[in-house]
Design a protein around this ligand. Structure first.
Ligand SMILES: *[C@@H]1O[C@H](CO)[C@@H](O)[C@H](O)[C@H]1NC(C)=O
Ligand SMILES: *[C@@H]1O[C@H](CO)[C@@H](O)[C@H](O)[C@H]1NC(C)=O
Ligand SMILES: *[C@@H]1O[C@H](CO)[C@@H](O)[C@H](O)[C@H]1NC(C)=O
Length: 979
C-alpha cells in the first residue's frame, strides 16, 4: 500500500525523536511496540481515514493513550482498551499483532466491515475480558486458541459469517458470563464442554446451522438466565436436564426439529417470562405444572404436534401479553384464566380443535389488539363483552360453530381493522352500529345465517377494502351507499336473497379489483352502464339473477376483466366489445334470452335479413349508395386535411422531421391512442424549459397539459441509448410496466422513442416529491405522524407488490425520497419503477446508471448483484428520512447495532422536530415500531433484511408491527447488553 510506505519511515523517525525527548523514557518503551503495532494495522485497513488524524504523533503531544478509541492503564504503561465500534473500518486482522498487547482487557470492533478469519494469535490476549466483534463479515472458524483467554467474561461474535463448529476448548473459559455467537453460519453440534461454563448467564447461538441434539451438560449451567437456540437444525429430544435451569427467564428454541414432550419439570422454571417452543416437532399434552408460571409474559407453542387441553391457569401471574398455540391439536375449552387476563394483547389459538362455549370464556381486555380463534370447534355466542376491547384491531372467529347474533357492542371497537366471523351459524341482523368502525379494512361475515337487509350505514366505512357478505339470508336491496366505500377491492354478496336493481353507484368503486360478485340473488332491472368505469376489476359475476335488457356497451371499458359470468339471467343482444366477454366460453352466458357475438355464441344477425323484411331491404337499396357517396366525400376531405397538415409540419423545423419511419415507432404504446408524440411536442413548445418541473441525472420532467385537458408528466431522457426499440423483450417490458396498477405506483402510460429523444409518459402527481416536501419547513409541518407512517406503508406496499405479486418481479433500484411523490391526500406514489432497467437493459452494468448516493445498499460497493434486498435497504433509508425529516446520513450504520433501549432513547432525539412529538402512547409506539422496522431494513447483510412482503404485512396492521417488535425485543434484548 502506497500510503504505508510513505508514512512508516517518517513515523518511526518521529517516534524515535519523541522517545529520546520523553522524560518517561523507560515507561514509554512498552508503548512503543503497541503503538507501532496499531499503526501497522491501521495502515493495512481501507477506509481508515477516521483514524488517520487521531492516530498520529503529528497532532498529539501525548501518544497512543490519547488516540481515539484507545485507553491505557492508570500509569500509562500499557494499552488496556481498544474500542473502535462503528467506525466504517474495512480490512482484516491479519496485520494485527496480538502479541503486542499483553495487557489488553477490552477489544470492541463491532459494527465495522472487517472480514477474513479470526487469527489463532488472538490467544495471546491473555488479559482479555471483553471481546465484541459482532456485526462484521468475519469468516472461517473460531480458533481453538480462544481457550487461552482465561479472563474472558463476554464474547459477542454475532452477525458475522463464521463457519465450522464451536471449538470444544470453549469450555475452558471459567469466567465466561456471556457467550453470544448468533446469526452466523456455525455447523456441527453444540460441544458438551459447554457445560463447564459454570458462570454463564447468557447463551445465544440462534440463527446458525447447528445440528445434533442439545447436550445434556447444558443442565450444568445453573446460572443461565437466557438461552437462545432458535433457528438452527437441532434435533433429538430436549434433554431432561435443560428443564432444571430454574433461573431461566427467557428460553427460545423456535424453529428446530425438536421432538418429544414437554415434561412436568418445566414447572421448575418459575421465573420464565419468555418461552418460545414454536415450530418444532413437540407432541403430547402440556403438563399441568405449566399452571405454576407467575411471571409469564410471552408463550409461543404454535406449529407443533401438541395435544390435550391448554393449561387453565396460564395467566395466573396476570402478566401474559402474548399467547400463541396455533396449528396444533389442542382440544378442550379456552383456558379459564384467560377470562380475567387483562394484560393480554395478542391471542392466537387458531387451527386446533378447541371446543366448548365461548359465551362466558372471554371478558373485557383493555389491551387486546389481535385475536385469532379461527378453525376450531367453538360453540356459544359472541358476548357483548367484546365491546370492552377498545384497542382490538383484528378479530377472527371464522370456521367455528358459533350461534347467536353479532353483538351490537361491536361498534365500540373503535380501532377494529379486520373482522372475520365467516363460516359459523350466526343469525340475526348486521348491527347498524357497524358504520362506526371507521378503520375497518376487511369484513367477512360470509357463510352464516344472517338475515335482514344490508345496513346502509356500511357506506360510512370509507376505508373498507374487502367486504364479503355472501351465503347468508340477506334480503332487500343493495344499498346505494355502498358506492361510498370507494377503497373496496373486493365485494361479494352472492348467495343471498337480495332484490331490487343493481345501484349504479357500484360503478363508483373505482378500486374494485379482485372480484365483484352479486350472483345468485334476485336482482332485477338492467346492468348499470356505470359498471364500465370499473377498469381495474378482474372478475365479474352477475349470474343467477333476473337481470334484463342488453349488456351495456360501456362494459368494453372494463380493461382488466379476465373472467365474466352472466349466466342465468334474461339478457339479450350483443356482447360488449371487450376481450373478456368476446373470448369467454358459452357457460358464462348460458341460460339467457338471446345473447350473441363473441367466440362462443351465435354471431349477431344484422337487424334485417329475409323475405319478411322486404321493406327495409328496399330502404337499404336507396340508402347504401347515398352513404357511399357521403363516405367518399368525407374521405377526400380527410385526405386533403392530412396532406395539408403534413405540409405544414414539414415547414416547421421540428424534431418530427423523421416521422416517416412509420407511426408505430412514435406512437405511445398502450396509451388510449388519443395521445401522440406530436401532442406532447406541441404542448411543451418543443420541450421548452418553462414546463420543466424537475431535473435528474438522466433527464428532465415536464408538466404537460394535453389538448384533452388531461395533465401528464413527461420524463424526457438526455440521450436515446442503444437501439432498444427493435428489441421485442423491451417492448414487452414496457407493456408490462404500463399494465401495473397499484395505488402507490405512478401509472406509466407509455414510452416514446425518437431518434432525437425518448420519453416516458406518467400520471401527473400534484404535490411533487417527498424530498421537496421534507426540505420545506412549511410543507413538512403538514406531515403529521399518521401521514408519515401512511407514506411509509404505501411505499412498502408498492415495493411488496412489485417484488412479490407482479407477474415478473421488478426491482426498482433507485428508491429515494426524490422519486416518491405525494397525492393531494399525502399518500405515497413511487415513480420510475423499472426505469433503471429500461434505460439500460444490460442489467449487469447498472450501478453507474441508477442508484442514488446515500440510498444505495452497501453490498453494491463490492458486488454487482442487484436483488430485491437492495430496494429493501433504500426503503429503510427513506423510512428513516421520513421520520427524521432529513437524510439519516452518518447515523445509518450505527443504528443497526443499537439495543432496543438505546434505539428508543435515540429515537426521541432523532424524530423530526418541526412537528409535535407523537401524541398518545399508541402513536409513539407506532412510530417506534416503524423506526425499528426501518432499522432492520438497513442491515448491512442483505440476507438479514426482511423481505418487502413481510415489511408490508407488518405495516398493514399497526397491531402486528407493534407486537412483532415487542416479541423481537424480548427475544433479543440482551444481545448487545453484555457490557
Ligand atoms: C501468539 O502470537 C504468535 C504470533 O504472533 C503465535 O505464533 C502464537 O501462537 C500466539 N500464542 C498464542 C498463545 O496464541
Ligand atoms: C402427531 O401426534 C399424533 C398423536 O397425537 C400422532 O398420531 C401423529 O403421528 C403425530 N404426527 C407427527 C407428524 O408427529
Ligand atoms: C358465479 O356465481 C355462481 C353462483 O354463485 C357460481 O356457481 C359460479 O361458479 C360463479 N362463476 C364463476 C366464473 O366464478
Amino acid at each position: 500500500m502506497a500510503s504505508t510506505m510513505r508514512r512508516e519511515p517518517l513515523l518511526q523517525l518521529l517516534f524515535f525523536i519523541l522517545s529520546i525527548c520523553s522524560p518517561k523514557n523507560t515507561a514509554a518503551q512498552p508503548l512503543k511496540a503497541e503503538s507501532e503495532a496499531l499503526l501497522k494495522w491501521r495502515d493495512s485497513l481501507q477506509a481508515a481515514h477516521v483514524l488517520n488524524s487521531s492516530w498520529s504523533f503529528l497532532n498529539s503531544n501525548y501518544g497512543p493513550c490519547h488516540w481515539d478509541g484507545i485507553a491505557c492503564s492508570g500509569d500509562n504503561t500499557s494499552i488496556v482498551k481498544i474500542s473502535l465500534e462503528n467506525q466504517h473500518l474495512q480490512g482484516t486482522l491479519d496485520h494485527f499483532d496480538f502479541a503486542a498487547f499483553p495487557s489488553l482487557a477490552y477489544l470492541d470492533l463491532r459494527g465495522n466491515n472487517f472480514s477474513g478469519s479470526i487469527p489463532n494469535a488472538i490467544g495471546n490476549l491473555s488479559k482479555l475480558s471483553f471481546l465484541d466483534m459482532s456485526v462484521n463479515q468475519f469468516s472461517g472458524s473460531l480458533p481453538e486458541s480462544i481457550a487461552n483467554l482465561k479472563n474472558l467474561v463476554s464474547i459477542n461474535m454475532s452477525f458475522n459469517s463464521l463457519t465450522g463448529p464451536l471449538p470444544t476448548s470453549i469450555g475452558q473459559l471459567p469466567s465466561l458470563v456471556n457467550l453470544t455467537i448468533s446469526d452466523n453460519l456455525l455447523t456441527g453440534a453444540i460441544p458438551q464442554t459447554i457445560g463447564e461454563l459454570k458462570n454463564l448467564n447468557f447463551l445465544d447461538l440462534d440463527t446458525n446451522s447447528l445440528t445434533g441434539s442439545i447436550p445434556a451438560q447444558i443442565g450444568n449451567l445453573s446460572n443461565l438466565q437466557l438461552l437462545f437456540l432458535e433457528y438452527n437444525f437441532l434435533s433429538g429430544t430436549i434433554p431432561p436436564e435443560l428443564w432444571k435451569l430454574s433461573k431461566l427467564t427467557q428460553l427460545d428454541l423456535t424453529s428446530n426439529f425438536l421432538p418429544g414432550t414437554i415434561p412436568p419439570s418445566i414447572g421448575n422454571m418459575s421465573n420464565l417470562y419468555y418461552l418460545a417452543l414454536n415450530n418444532n416437532s413437540l407432541s403430547g399434552s402440556l403438563p399441568p405444572q405449566m399452571n405454576n408460571f407467575t411471571s409469564l409474559g410471552f408463550l409461543y407453542l404454535s406449529q407443533n404436534n401438541l395435544s390435550g387441553s391448554l393449561p387453565s391457569d396460564i395467566c395466573k401471574g396476570g402478566k401474559l401479553i402474548q399467547f400463541a398455540a396455533f396449528n396444533n391439536h389442542f382440544t378442550g375449552p379456552i383456558p379459564k384464566s384467560l377470562r380475567n387476563c387483562t394484560s393480554l394483547s395478542r391471542l392466537r389459538l387458531h387451527g386446533n380443535q378447541l371446543n366448548g362455549s365461548i359465551s362466558e370464556a372471554f371478558g373485557s381486555y383493555p389491551n387486546l389488539s389481535y385475536i385469532d380463534m379461527s378453525n376450531n370447534r367453538l360453540t356459544g355466542a359472541l358476548s357483548q363483552n367484546w365491546g370492552g376491547c377498545p384497542r382490538l384491531e383484528h378479530l377472527d372467529f371464522s370456521n367455528n360453530h358459533l350461534t347467536g347474533k353479532i353483538p351490537s357492542s361491536i361498534s365500540q371497537m373503535a380501532q377494529l381493522m379486520e373482522i372475520n366471523i365467516s363460516a359459523n351459524y350466526l343469525t340475526g341482523e348486521v348491527p347498524r352500529g357497524i358504520g362506526e368502525l371507521s378503520f375497518l379494512l376487511k369484513m367477512d361475515l360470509s357463510n352464516n345465517q344472517i338475515s335482514g337487509g344490508i345496513p346502509f350505514e356500511i357506506g360510512r366505512l370509507t376505508k373498507l377494502q374487502e367486504l364479503d357478505l355472501s351465503s347468508n339470508n340477506l334480503q332487500g336491496p343493495i344499498p346505494e351507499e355502498l358506492g361510498n366505500c370507494d377503497e373496496l377491492i373486493l365485494l361479494k354478496v352472492s348467495n343471498n336473497s337480495l332484490s331490487g336493481t343493481i345501484p349504479f353507484q357500484i360503478g363508483n368503486l373505482a378500486q374494485l379489483q379482485i372480484l365483484l360478485d352479486l350472483s345468485n340473488n334476485m336482482l332485477m332491472g338492467s346492468i348499470p352502464a356505470q359498471l364500465g368505469k370499473l377498469n381495474y376489476l378482474e372478475r365479474l359475476n352477475l349470474s343467477h339473477n333476473k337481470l334484463v335488457g342488453t349488456i351495456p356497451s360501456s362494459l368494453a371499458g372494463m380493461l382488466s376483466l379476465t373472467s365474466v359470468d352472466l349466466s342465468f339471467n334474461n339478457l339479450t343482444g350483443p356482447l360488449p366489445n371487450n376481450p373478456a366477454f368476446l373470448n369467454a366460453s358459452a357457460e358464462s352466458f348460458i341460460g339467457n334470452l338471446d345473447l350473441c357475438g363473441g367466440l362462443a355464441l351465435q354471431p349477431c344477425k344484422p337487424p334485417s335479413v329475409g323475405k319478411s323484411h322486404m321493406k327495409s331491404q328496399k330502404f337499404l337499396s336507396i340508402i347504401i349508395p347515398v352513404v357511399a357517396v357521403l363516405i367518399l366525400i368525407f374521405l377526400l376531405i380527410g385526405i386533403y386535411k392530412v396532406w395539408q397538415k403534413a405540409m405544414q409540419r414539414h415547414d416547421k423545423r421540428s424534431i418530427l422531421a423523421e416521422t416517416n419511419h412509420g407511426k408505430d415507432l412514435f406512437s405511445i404504446w398502450n396509451y388510449d391512442g388519443k395521445l401522440a408524440y406530436e401532442d406532447i411536442v406541441s404542448a411543451t413548445e418543443n420541450f421548452s424549459d418553462e414546463y420543466v418541473i424537475g431535473r435528474g441525472a438522466h433527464g428532465s420532467v415536464y408538466r404537460v397539459e394535453l389538448p384533452t385537458d388531461q395533465i401528464v408528466a413527461v420524463k424526457k431522457f438526455n440521450r436515446t441509448g442503444s437501439d432498444v426499440l427493435t428489441d421485442m423483450d423491451f417492448r414487452n417490458e414496457i407493456k408490462a410496466l404500463t399494465e401495473v396498477r397499484h395505488r402507490n405506483i405512478v401509472k406509466l402510460y407509455g414510452f416514446c422513442k425518437h431518434p432525437q429523444c425518448s420519453f416516458l409518459v406518467y400520471e401527473y402527481i400534484e404535490r411533487g416529491s417527498l424530498a421537496s416536501i421534507l426540505s420545506s419547513n412549511k410543507e413538512a409541518e403538514s406531515l403529521d405522524w399518521a401521514k408519515r407512517v401512511n407514506i411509509i406503508t404505501g411505499v412498502a406496499d408498492a415495493l411488496s407488490y412489485m417484488h412479490h405479486d407482479h407477474s415478473v418481479p421488478v426491482i426498482h433500484r433507485d428508491i429515494s425520497s426524490k422519486n416518491i411523490l405525494l397525492y393531494p391526500d399525502f399518500s405515497a406514489c413511487i415513480s420510475d419503477f423499472g426505469t433503471a432497467r429500461l434505460l439500460n437493459p444490460d442489467s449487469s452494468n447498472w450501478t453507474g446508471l441508477a442508484g442514488t448516493h446515500g440510498y444505495m445498499a452497501p453490498e453494491l460497493a463490492y458486488t454487482m448483484r442487484v436483488t430485491e434486498k437492495c430496494d429493501v435497504y433504500s426503503f429503510g433509508v427513506v423510512a428513516l428520512e421520513i421520520l427524521m425529516g432529513r437524510h439519516p446520513g452518518e447515523l445509518l450504520s450505527s443504528l443497526v447495532i443499537l439495543t432496543r433501549q438505546e434505539l428508543d432513547v435515540k429515537l426521541r432525539d432523532m424524530l423530526d422536530q418541526r412537528i409535535a412529538a407523537p401524541g398518545d402512547q399508541q402513536e409513539a409506539e407506532m412510530v417506534a415500531a416503524v423506526a425499528k422496522l426501518a432499522v432492520m431494513c438497513i442491515d448491512m447483510k442483505p440476507e438479514s433484511r426482511p423481505t418487502m412482503r413481510s415489511v408490508s404485512l407488518h405495516l398493514s396492521s399497526p397491531s402486528r408491527k407493534h407486537y412483532l417488535f415487542k416479541a423481537l425485543q424480548e427475544n433479543h434484548s440482551n444481545r448487545y447488553d453484555a457490557s
